[in-house]
Ligand binder design. Structure first.
Ligand SMILES: [Zn+2]
Length: 291
């Protein structure tokens, strides 16, 4: 019989005092509030229960059943409550859209003035423009007023948000992964800089669909390929275009291919091929859903 790992044997005792989680609170936030109460660093608090855990974020993203049980015991909660504080159920491809820091908040649902600060799951979801709890529009957590230039895309952006939400929740499948479409739309249309004031870092595939976009993005607001999350005020443009590409089908991807230049054209081509091949394996079709 396989000998269980040593940490399986280290069932922590329940803490003498435990704090209830806030609605939709993230596990790392909940653990950090316990750490503050007991006067220890947050990672030390987590490792008191899960010594094998490399970081608080790792615990937010992945917990196995044994780890859930150990945390449930220490925090005097049922296992389902522990799971609901994590992103364990978020589909793997969607995890690149989970931010490392809070990017947004809901003025109705978020307790902004707590000390230590509470972080709720909603604040890290890079595909949301509306609150998962009340449906209200999300805002920057700092209260920074940065109205979206793309408010007129709101209705279509909500469809894109739902597509990404369904993919993350592992519910419906469409002809192509909305996360893959997002990555495709955020690719650069050209790779090498040219002379003059032409700034190719600015020009994304998305800008071919929304000409205004090239003028409002700045270097800081550009996402990386490992974390394709747009700032909140630019996000409706991306979500709306995901919805339109999803509805239009592969023909729109071919049209966008014509906008690419140089070696990025070849990269785009292979990305399209990958999407279309995976869509052939999908049993569902958005075209059928629209009938
Ligand atoms: Zn809310």
């Amino acid at each position: 019989m396989r000998k269980p790992p040593s940490h399986d044997l280290q069932a922590p005792q329940q803490l003498p005092v435990t704090l209830a989680p806030c609605t939709d609170e993230l596990l790392s936030s909940w653990v950090a509030r316990h750490a503050d109460f007991y006067g220890v660093p947050p990672l030390a608090m987590l490792r008191h229960c899960l010594p094998e855990m490399p970081s608080l974020r790792a615990a937010d993203l992945n917990l196995n059943d044994n780890q859930v049980l150990r945390l449930a015991r220490m925090l005097c909660a049922d296992p389902e409550t522990i799971r609901q504080t994590t992103f364990t159920n978020v589909a793997e491809p969607s995890r690149c859209l989970i931010a490392k820091e809070p990017m947004q908040s809901c003025t109705t649902c978020y307790l902004a003035r707590t000390e230590p600060r509470v972080v709720i799951r909603n604040q890290l979801l890079g595909w949301r423009i509306t609150c998962t709890l009340c449906g209200g529009l999300l805002q920057y957590p700092t209260g920074r007023d940065c109205p979206s230039t793309f408010g007129h895309y709101h209705a279509t952006a909500l469809i894109g948000e739902r597509l990404l939400h369904d993919e993350a929740s592992q519910r419906d499948r469409t002809w192509a992964s909305p996360v893959r479409i997002a990555r495709l739309l955020l690719m650069r249309r050209v790779k090498k800089p040219r002379v003059g004031d032409y700034e190719p870092w600015r020009y994304r595939v998305l800008g071919a669909l929304i000409p205004d976009l090239d003028d409002v993005v700045d270097r800081r607001s550009l996402p990386t390929s490992s974390s394709p999350i747009l700032p909140l005020h630019l996000r409706p443009a991306l979500l709306a275009r995901i919805a339109i590409v999803e509805r239009s089908g592969p023909e729109m991807l071919q049209m966008l291919h014509g906008q690419m230049r140089g070696e990025n054209k070849a990269r785009f081509s292979s990305a399209i091929e990958e999407i279309i091949n995976s869509s052939c394996r999908s049993t569902a079709s958005s075209q059928l859903q629209l009938i």
